[in-house]
Write a protein of this length. Sequence first.
Length: 508
Amino acid sequence: MSPARNVWASQAPYYERHQPEKTFLYQLVQEHYPVFKSSLEGQGQSLPRYVQREFEDFLQCGRLEYGFLRVRCEDCHHERLVAFSCKRRGFCPSCGARRMAESAALLVDEVFPKVPIRQWVLSFPFQLRFLLARHPELMGKVLGIVYRTVSTHLIRQAGFTKATAQTGAVTLIQRFGSALNLNVHYHMLFLDGVYAEDTYGQRRFHRVKAPTQHELNALVNTLSHRVARCLEKRGLLERDAENTWLTLDEEGGDVLTQMHGSSVTYRIATGPQQGSKVFTLQTFPHCESEKPGYGQAAKVAGFSLHAGVMAEGHQRDKLERLCRYVSRPAVSEKRLALTSNGHVRYELKTPYRNGTTHVIFEPMDFMAKLAALVPKPRVNLTRFHGVFAPNSKHRVQVTPAKRGKKPDKLEAADTDWLDKTPEERHHAMTWMQRLKRVFNIDIEVCEHCGGHVKVIASIEDPDIIEQILKHLKQKAAKADTNHHNQPPERAPPLTPSLFGPSQTRLFN
């Protein structure tokens, strides 16, 4: 073993396998989901199959009993087992963290150029949150309106027209709020400027100033009218001189729709308190005065638009943290706890203006809140626009990874793009790469000797799984027995070679 490997093994962060069965969220679902499902069936109702699979697969995620990979060091032959994940998009914190790390790395390394990026956040009124959750196909229509409105504003601010300049954005659609409520809203990472060709035919980036409060107010006012007009044309919205309401048909009265409505409006979905407001813990609200200027939120008729967070072109670490924030999982296990009377307490990420710091759920209502957060299958929650769009002819020239359609002309530095296959241009990060990227844990290197670690087998047969786990339990029990049979530790002998003369006299 080389000295360099010894030094690395003593300083490298230690990887410890995640044990979901010991987490509070897992224990809650394991105990209460079967009861929740049975209570619905007793009322002649049932959750959609994709929601049931979300709960069932979550209970198998990270459990060695349902399959694992064997990885071994090529030098010292040290082995470990890596359990399979559920790869669901609803409320699994482990898979959500995996997707967060991979999405952030993809955007920073392969999509966003080294230019300023600004986050635009758009929230909707309660009625539209419910409508977008129930009809996911509308999210794309509304998002198109939002992108065209903001991009037009940026192009005009830069002094160009749509025919001479282009901008781009990546939108991550979040379906959850800080209180585990259903809250469909858009996090749009926009180029803080536009690309335009100069007199030599080269594409150059032109930065724009941060939006003022007046500009935000004008934008959100325009957005609210355009979105309402679009939904009105589709027959989903009716307006008169004083009121606006949704026109929903009667076929949507299923149990999941009721859970969506309760989650959007912060109400209890099941039990004797059904329809009441969710219990909250409050403290004295903070007195904060909003100062006029840049980056403030603009609000009109329940719409809210904010554009106060941005990252400079050289701040790649800040940009990656921002990407992780907007793609984070729905449930934070660190903010989850159990009260003395058996209720679930969830801490808000940031206290509300009225002083609310926690929300309290009964276990059955907590299951309903988790069910409402599960997105429908085949609904893309990450969208690319403008120069980042898959069909954009400018994508290959703008993105660091040179991904996109083959351009008419390529510079000499970009000719290697032609020699790569689509698989070579982009491939998903492995779980080892994600651990190294986020936690600085290099699982591809053995923590004992620093040797290379590789996957040697995928174990999926139930009989083989049972035999291996039984063997490991016996081995662990034997090691524990040998440890207890060892004689107790004792101090070193008291000799003058170990202690000075004054210390030795004390023991005589």
